[in-house]
Write a new protein. Structure first.
Length: 433
């Protein structure tokens, strides 16, 4: 099959309004059922990042599905229900057999302050398609998280999405709004834990919540229209409620879980106080344990508080652009990444633009490498990881690349990844033939 060599071989895809809406809808309902790979679920910001990542994945999937269909490629999606854990799979013909294709998208935010990168383009990717590091400004690794390498995927499709930074911008370049907040902090397990949700449904005993709106300024809305998105009896439940400033408590239920809360744009713009959500009643009283053997069927002592910053816009920017670079069977990926070097984060006092080679291999590192089948890539003299891996510190920073630049202590990759380079990929025009 043809390997990537020309800029025109990279597909440039744009979303439709329907794509953007599909991403927002799916992201608003599926958080309780989505594996929390990087344990981002303890804070409001973490919940928002998880949901935005889901929205981005669904939009990318919709764009790619349409492009493949236009080329006559049959690519039924794996997704059947919002409760499915694997969201981003296709079933596609590769070498005359149906294979499970996983879309791997990383996100380039083009409105960062100047950090030394050139603007993203297909030509820039091709010019550096064979560059293996250490300068992260020219480095385009095609990443697969090490925690996913044992999953039953049979091929990967790699893409870079370009947009403004959507984590703190809720209004620019949007066709609409899906202003959404999620359970977070101490109330989160009780309201969203999958096993507890299923137990409530199995026993036909749900949870009831009460909502109260507390304004903080004269400019606050007099009322807020809030939609509570939850589930009961295996079905989605969307309950609109009108909350009056300092008015009576609104009680609703039953729910097996609470997925999200949504408000409209006008109310969001005039929300200076907060919405308070507390548990009114819990009909299912049996203990349900998490992996740490903690009973999470315990109603939280304190209410969930939602302020302006707890809402994100799940509608992505209209100019969201997907650079679909190429694809690779999993066995080829695992083989190709063995020709590269392991990297850790830059040391700014030496060179803020260069990653460091991965020379210090801890006992934990060795276990991780062995679990993935790479223990034979640990070189002793000199000490070095002779394989394409990018390490994270585990506390916020990691090895850097063009998409994840060195912009401070929490920059770089957020988890440890394996990588190959764009030059190793098969062109998209060869997928499905």
């Amino acid at each position: 099959m043809s390997l990537l060599k020309n800029a025109k071989e990279i597909w440039l895809l744009k979303p439709t309004t329907e794509d953007l809406q599909a991403g927002a809808e799916y992201a608003s309902i599926t958080l309780p059922w989505t594996f929390n790979r990087m344990m981002l679920n303890s804070s409001s910001a973490g919940q928002q990042r998880r949901a935005l990542n889901i929205a981005k994945g669904i939009v990318a999937q919709e764009m790619l599905r349409r492009k493949l269909s236009e080329r006559g490629v049959n690519c039924p999606m794996q997704r059947k229900s919002h409760r499915d854990e694997d969201l981003f799979d296709f079933h596609i013909t590769i070498n005359r057999a149906i294979r499970r294709l996983d879309i791997k998208t990383i996100n380039y935010y083009k409105n960062y302050a100047d950090v030394g990168r050139k603007p993203l383009s297909r030509e820039l990717i091709i010019d550096n398609a064979a560059y293996p590091g250490p300068d992260w400004r020219l480095f385009f690794p095609m990443l697969v998280p090490h925690t996913q390498i044992k999953q039953e995927k049979e091929a990967y499709c790699f893409a870079i999405a370009e947009s403004i930074d959507i984590r703190n911008d809720r209004t620019t370049d949007r066709v609409g709004d899906a202003l959404t907040a999620f359970p977070y902090g101490d109330p989160l397990p009780f309201l969203m834990y999958k096993r507890l949700c299923l137990a409530r449904e199995d026993n036909n005993q749900g949870v009831y919540i009460r909502l109260r709106y507390k304004p903080a300024a004269l400019l606050d809305s007099k009322t807020i229209e809030c939609t509570v998105i939850g589930e009961w009896d295996g079905k989605l439940v969307k309950t609109p409620v009108t909350l009056k400033a300092n008015g009576n408590v609104t009680e609703i239920g039953p729910f097996s879980c609470i997925c999200a809360f949504q408000i409209n744009t006008a109310d969001y713009n005039n929300l200076y106080g907060h919405i308070e959500i507390a548990v009114k009643r819990n009909d299912f009283e049996e203990a349900v344990y998490n992996s740490a053997r903690q009973n999470i069927n315990v109603a939280p002592d304190n209410p969930l508080i939602l302020r302006r910053d707890d809402f994100c816009n799940l509608i992505l920017p209209s100019h969201y652009t997907l650079y679909v670079i190429g694809w690779l069977p999993k066995d080829e990926f695992l083989q190709q990444c063995r020709q590269y070097t392991g990297w850790v984060w830059p040391l700014d006092k030496i060179n803020k633009y260069n990653n460091q080679t991965w020379t210090q291999i801890t006992e934990r590192d060795a276990k991780t490498l062995d679990k993935a089948g790479f223990s034979d890539c640990i070189q002793d003299k000199p000490r070095l990881l002779k394989a394409g891996w990018m390490k994270t510190t585990g506390i916020g920073g990691g090895a850097c690349c063009f998409v994840f630049p060195n912009v401070g202590s929490k920059s770089g990759v957020k988890e440890t990844n394996l990588y190959v380079l764009p030059k190793d990929l098969h062109t998209m025009d060869t997928l499905g033939i």
